[in-house]
Ligand binder design. Structure first.
Ligand code: DMJ
Length: 504
């Protein structure tokens, strides 16, 4: 048992013994102060091979971070080939250090403390949200709000709570639609939302974990009210054949397409239903999650390939199954398995455990069938293709985490060492083909089948927030960010589970 588990256990025992009498907010604060922040808690596996792999991943993080610091400090992303910073895109023309905020908890968990202190200093003294920029509400929530909240939860440093409040308040004007479902983007200086009312399920459906926790730690109910209104709307709206289309008009309150996907545009909505159930024992969320997963199965979207019976989850267009899977969808292997693991008495537990295990295997196949052993952005199932991209345009890799994320969840749940081996194979491939040069950062690839692939010259922030954190944790012992006490937001920022973690 680690020191962290002992302290958590002791504090939790204190809470549990006084469970019969509700605690007031002051008493809870005292308990939270007694909780030792997560630092130097080990998590080191006794096996020297695993230790070496973990150290290797830590060095990857150091290289990615150091190169960003050297060439792009304060910019949102590093261009590791050009050795310069990149702004624009999801955070508009802002320079708000997205890589720094997304990296805070990874640096802390990996005990890169000098680097962490530098990142904290930026958040405390340099980061300025008073910029005339239109940002994605979803991306700002999962990377900035989620990044701050996880940093707050694992360090108890209130600077992160305060900055989470500041940026979330700047997102609130986005909720001024007829339905209360937020517009996709908002100007953080003026509060203007633009006129595009067509919103994405995976965007307005991926706010719940952060907003509920923010209300808890501030005592301000406004954030919880916003996401509870979204939940109510989605619970009540008619879903064709039980399926959620990917787009909705936030003023008219009606679906605007008939495209359904557990990958791009839909993905993290389903993830957050399950994770809200874990975070808060939210039974309504669990029921909606179960109904959504049943709909994928009952509409014949969970299929097997003709060649080798590889299980995959098809998309649906105009009521017809489209046998295509995006890299983004590969998080769902871990999701199905986690859903079965946390609720073993659920009527679908055996089915979902099987889907989780088999779909993770299929995503692994998409990796090992390329020449680089890095999987493509899109893979297909036809008479001629099995878990392979259909064109060069589908063969890119932008440092995404989802396949490694499912390996991590499967390893934590099953203890099967093959998931560590698969993760190691992917880590070595990334080191070999995505590294921009010795000691430098990492880049996406244009074609995962080429043995000398062209690099896309972007080091995505989620590489440091997610891909490297999942790799580090799979080579750590299970008590480092235990899944009994923490639930990962969709950007791999750990948030406390209310029933077991005194930091909730
Ligand atoms: C991340 O920002 C999150 O995981 C999100 O849910 C999906 N896309 C990227 C990574 O691929």
């Amino acid at each position: 048992m680690t020191k962290l588990s002992i302290v958590v256990g002791f504090v939790f025992a204190l809470v549990a013994t006084s469970w019969a009498v509700p605690l007031d907010r002051n008493e809870i604060s005292k308990l939270k102060l007694a909780y030792k922040p997560l630092a130097n808690q080990g998590g080191e596996d006794p096996d020297p091979v695993i230790q070496a792999r973990r150290n290797f991943v830590k060095q990857m993080m150091k290289d990615a971070w150091d190169d960003y610091v050297r060439w792009a400090w304060g910019d949102n992303e590093l261009k590791p080939v050009s050795q310069t910073g990149q702004t624009g895109g999801i955070f508009g023309p802002s320079k708000i250090g997205a890589t720094i905020v997304d990296s805070l908890d990874t640096l802390y968990i990996m005990e890169l403390m000098q680097e962490y202190e530098m990142a904290r200093g930026y958040v405390a003294n340099e980061l300025d949200f008073e910029v005339n920029a239109t940002v994605s509400v979803f991306e700002t929530n999962i990377r900035f709000v989620g990044g701050f909240l996880a940093a707050y939860a694992i360090t108890q440093d209130t600077i992160y709570r305060d900055r989470a409040v500041e940026i979330t308040n700047k997102l609130l004007p986005a909720f001024n639609s007829t339905t209360g479902i937020p517009f996709g983007s908002v100007n953080v200086l003026t509060g203007e939302t633009g006129t595009n009312a067509n919103a994405v399920l995976a965007e307005f459906g991926t706010l719940h974990l952060e907003f509920m926790y923010l209300s808890e730690i501030t005592g301000n109910p406004i954030y919880a009210e916003k996401v509870q209104a979204i939940r109510k709307f989605l619970k009540e709206i008619e879903k064709p054949n039980g399926l959620y289309p990917n787009h909705l008009d936030v003023n008219q309150g009606r679906w605007t397409d008939d495209h359904v996907s557990i990958g791009a545009l839909g993905d993290s909505y389903y993830e957050y239903l399950l994770k809200a159930a874990i975070q808060l024992n939210d039974q309504e969320a669990r029921t909606m999650y179960d109904e959504a997963m049943d709909a994928f199965v009952n509409n014949d979207l969970v299929r097997v390939s003709r060649q080798n019976h590889l299980l995959y989850i098809a998309e649906s267009r105009a009521g017809f199954a489209d046998p295509v899977v995006g890299h983004l969808a590969c998080f769902a292997g871990g999701m199905f398995a986690l859903g079965a693991h946390v609720d073993p008495n659920n009527a679908n537990a055996d089915r979902d455990a099987e889907i989780g295990r088999n779909f993770t295997n299929t995503c692994h196949e998409s990796y090992i069938r390329t020449n680089t052993h890095i999987g493509p952005e899109i893979f297909r199932f036809t008479d001629n293709l099995e878990a392979e991209a259909g064109s060069d345009g589908e063969r890119g890799y932008i440092l995404r985490p989802e396949v490694i994320e499912s390996y991590f969840v499967m390893y934590r749940i099953t203890g099967d060492s093959k998931y560590r081996d698969w993760a190691w194979d992917a880590a070595q491939a990334i080191e070999r083909y995505s590294k921009a040069g010795p000691g430098r950062g990492y880049s996406g690839l244009r074609n995962t089948n080429s043995l000398s692939p062209v690099q896309d010259d972007v080091q995505q922030t989620f590489f440091l927030a997610e891909t490297l954190k999942y790799l580090y944790l799979i080579f750590s012992t299970n008590d480092l960010i235990s899944l009994d006490e923490w639930v990962m937001n969709t950007e791999c920022h750990p948030l406390p589970v209310k029933a077991t973690n005194p930091m909730y």
